[in-house]
Design a binder for this molecule. Structure first.
Ligand SMILES: [Fe+2]
Ligand SMILES: [Fe+2]
Length: 140
């Protein structure tokens, strides 16, 4: 799987879904991943913690949109978010305890693989739904 910087580089072509607020959040997510992946030591642990916090808000935001619009696949989408947050939480704790190597590998490999698939499937379907509902304008 390409490193976070490569995913960010191809953002417009690969991951732009046409729902402006979601696209903005996804761009920020990848920017956080790039910053974290490029940092070392205690700075890595701190950046990973900020990435975790950003991801929590990112998922909460999507889940709120799903709830507000009665999205049919909410439960499945939320379960996928929860699995990812659970993993991220575990690696965040390891990084904070100074065990960086596995957290770095997970970020560079598994998390990017997850984002690539999740954005192209679940988030893409959600963006299409939101557009269909006419709620992408002024969506916050
Ligand atoms: Fe997302
Ligand atoms: Fe999502």
């Amino acid at each position: 799987m390409p490193a976070p910087a490569e995913l960010l580089q191809h953002f417009d072509a690969q991951y732009c879904l046409g729902a402006p607020q979601m696209d903005q959040t996804h761009r920020e997510f990848l920017e956080c991943c790039v910053t974290t992946a490029q940092s070392r030591g205690s700075v890595f642990a701190e950046n990973f913690r900020m990435l975790f916090e950003h991801t929590r808000q990112h998922f909460a935001e999507e889940e709120r949109w799903m709830q507000e619009t009665g999205y049919p696949a909410l439960a499945e989408h939320r379960a996928n978010h929860q699995r990812t947050l659970g993993d991220m939480d575990r690696f965040c704790q390891r990084a904070r305890a100074g065990r960086l190597a596995m957290a770095q590998a997970w970020l560079n490999d598994s998390l990017m693989e997850w984002f690539d698939l999740h954005a192209r499937t679940m988030d893409s379907a959600l963006a299409a739904w939101l557009k269909q509902q006419g709620v992408t304008q002024g969506m916050s």
